[in-house]
Design a protein around this ligand. Structure first.
Ligand code: DER
Length: 220
């Protein structure tokens, strides 16, 4: 927790009055949202766009002013976590099931600051199963097609039921073991009919902040 918290709180130092801020999703972004709530109580004036219903509810609890992405048009800074970050700042995201809204918000952000603990830094993506958001219609066939790309595709299940994203879709966790060409794989996956998007974020991050157990921080 300490590693995630120090990284997240460091990212919040970049937020200035008047900004529109993208709020990521997950246990690391959680600490950024908490810190932002404290700074707003201290007088910081910003507007925020949430990347999930969970983050939206947390922001409301903390009194963070929310607007819709359509009202925002563009975010100044989005702070979000990742499941894996490689040396070129390509990411695997979606462990929390929020990849679609996270990618949309990230794509309309001037800055995307990724905050992680040291365990997320990898030399090659893929040890973490790649989440892929698919529509329910024909999902068994879509899952089979994903398998043909060389992964073990598993429908994400929570409490014995398929996990449903905030957008009403399913998540297939695709275990590739190792991903050599993330950019190519990203395109190939998204060409499959039924796929909405996948958790590969290719060269979108503008800064990566790594937190360590001893409280130290590495800004890449
Ligand atoms: O689901 C997501 O995309 C999250 O941002 C995930 O990638 C990181 O979650 P964590 O901060 O809880 O490890």
């Amino acid at each position: 927790m300490e590693s995630k918290r120090v990284a997240a709180e460091k990212a919040v130092e970049y937020i200035r009055d008047g900004m529109v801020v993208g709020l990521g999703t997950g246990s690391t972004a959680y600490w950024a949202i908490q810190k932002l709530g404290k700074k707003i109580k201290g007088g910081l004036s910003i507007k925020a766009v949430a990347t999930s219903i969970n983050s939206e509810n947390l922001a409301k609890e903390l009194g963070i002013p929310l607007i819709s992405i359509s009202e925002a048009e563009e975010m100044d800074i989005t702070i979000d976590g990742a499941d894996e970050v490689d040396n070129e700042w390509n990411l695997i995201k979606g462990g929390g099931g929020a990849l679609l809204r996270e990618k949309i918000v990230a794509s309309f952000s001037k800055e995307l600051i990724i905050v992680v603990d040291e365990s997320k830094k990898v030399s090659r993506l893929g040890k973490y199963p790649l989440p892929v958001e698919i529509v329910k219609f024909g999902h068994e066939l879509t899952q089979k097609k994903l398998g043909k790309l060389g992964c073990i595709p598993k429908l994400r299940v929570v409490d014995n039921n398929p996990f449903i994203t905030d957008n009403g879709n399913y998540i297939i966790d695709c275990d590739f073991g190792s991903i050599d060409q993330p950019k190519d794989l990203h395109s190939v996956i998204n060409m499959i009919p039924g796929v909405v998007d996948n958790g590969l974020f290719i060269k979108i991050a503008t800064k990566v902040i790594v937190g360590y157990r001893d409280g130290s921080i590495l800004e890449l």
